[in-house]
Design a protein around this ligand. Structure first.
Ligand code: ZN
Length: 297
């Protein structure tokens, strides 16, 4: 995976005020487009002939949507500078408590957000100002990395035509249809009460999913408990207490991860359940605490 040195990336990010420079865009997650000369002509890391763009506009640039003159103009007069905005913070949260939701599990305090088959897929790093930065490794069905992000920067080796990336506000969805992969990450700001409501909602959904899709559970020793409203209520309340004892202030960011992954096995990840491989359904169980591996599928 080749990527420009950090010093060059920083130069290119700061010249566009940390957001895509295309009129009306300003998206935070940036990739690096070589236009003068293009990479297919010569490999280089000369910032004069490079521009930071979001993945969609990078794809458009690869397809010739912008002339070199237009790209130079974007470097000189980026969209965010004109609007006075600086989107450095739009996908970042500082000193906020991150609660992770995936596959029916809630998790707190882990820098690793998602591992799949023991391999890290989504994780956080921290910059010098204590901002949390996003890192991502997305694998194709043969174990090749098709898309990766380091410290909020996109790095990719596959043609961007094979990928679709939607970023809006605090939501991001990557689709690699050729590999039957998609992954979405959403950040929502919540207070403690709103988090408790979300835990209750997911707890109910986990239970109804289990009852609908895992009839074998209904014949097991816990069967009678699952169906009882009071028991579910009790379970959700215990969960909320368990989670909130680790919450020390009211600024919470809930990070929800969903998707279909292809390697090292097919895996399905939704808010209220997850599935690994073809046969086994793992219904989410709700658990709070510190876990080094994040949500593990
Ligand atoms: Zn853009």
């Amino acid at each position: 995976m080749s990527s420009p040195p950090e010093r060059i990336r920083w130069t290119l990010r700061s010249e566009v005020s940390f957001g895509c420079p295309v009129e009306g865009c300003g998206k935070t997650y940036l990739s690096y487009h070589h236009f003068d000369p293009p990479l297919r002509v010569k490999r280089h890391d000369n910032p004069e002939g490079m521009v930071a763009l979001c993945l969609e506009h990078h794809k458009a640039a690869d397809q010739g949507a912008f002339s070199d003159e237009q790209l130079r103009e974007l470097k000189k007069n980026p969209y965010l500078r004109k609007t006075g905005g600086d989107h450095r913070g739009s996908f970042l949260w500082r000193r906020k408590q991150l609660v992770l939701l995936a596959g029916g599990n809630f998790l707190l305090g882990s820098k690793t957000l998602l591992t799949h088959g023991g391999i890290r897929v989504v994780w956080l790093s921290t910059d010098t100002e204590d901002n949390e930065l996003l890192n991502l490794d997305l694998y194709g069905s043969t174990g090749n990395i098709i898309l990766c992000m380091r410290d909020n920067d996109w790095l990719t080796d596959v043609p961007l035509d094979d990928l679709e990336c939607r970023v809006s506000g605090h939501y991001m969805k990557i689709v690699a249809a050729r590999w039957n992969i998609w992954l979405s990450i959403r950040f929502d700001a919540l207070n403690t009460n709103e988090l408790a409501e979300k835990v209750k909602e997911i707890s109910d959904r986990v239970n109804s999913y289990a009852m609908k899709n895992m009839p074998e559970v209904l014949t097991g020793p816990g069967a009678s408990l699952l169906g009882q409203e009071e028991m579910r209520e009790l379970e959700a309340n215990m969960m909320i207490r368990g989670l909130t004892q680790f919450i020390h202030y009211d600024d919470i960011v809930l990070c929800t991860i969903e998707g279909d992954l292809a390697w090292p096995n097919t895996a399905t990840l939704r808010e209220d359940h997850m599935q690994y491989g073809k046969g086994s359904i793992i219904s989410g169980c709700i658990s709070a605490g510190n876990a080094g591996a994040g949500i593990s599928i």
